[in-house]
Write a protein that binds this ligand. Structure first.
Ligand code: SF4
Length: 126
């Protein structure tokens, strides 16, 4: 029987100033994810698509570590793919396989919690 791929949750909130995340209680969501859901850990970066976001991915993603799924709470999944695929490719990973992007914009906290919980449970069940 194969072991389940570890899940690591990364949240991006558009600097925290963007109206798309205005309704979200960030720390309530993050603490729910790290304490209640089956993830290795949950972390926050303020702006993953900025230069320091690139540097973060470079440090954070491990070369050839195809056994991990990075669940990313941020903006439109297609946009995430365009913005992050090169960083994944640089480490020998494929965004389409190693990332699970979620759009958590314009949600109340409870809605975002439900969305993330459903996604994590789906991944855990695979
Ligand atoms: S990755 Fe998406 S959510 Fe994060 S700062 Fe860029 S546009 Fe905003």
């Amino acid at each position: 029987m194969s072991e389940r791929r570890p899940l690591k949750f990364v949240m991006c909130v558009c600097t925290g100033e963007c109206p798309g995340f205005a309704k979200l209680e960030l720390w309530k969501l993050i603490n729910f994810i790290r304490k209640e859901l089956d993830v290795e850990y949950a972390i926050v970066h303020p702006q993953l698509c900025a230069d320091d976001g690139d540097r973060f991915w470079k440090d954070f993603l491990k070369e050839g570590d195809k056994g991990v799924t990075y669940v990313i709470g941020a903006c439109d999944p297609k946009m995430q793919g365009k913005m992050f695929k090169d960083a994944f490719a640089e480490k020998g990973l494929e965004f389409n396989k190693n990332a699970f992007p979620l759009d958590l914009r314009n949600m109340e906290t409870s809605e975002a919690m439900k969305r993330v919980e459903e996604a994590i449970n789906k991944l855990v069940a695979q």
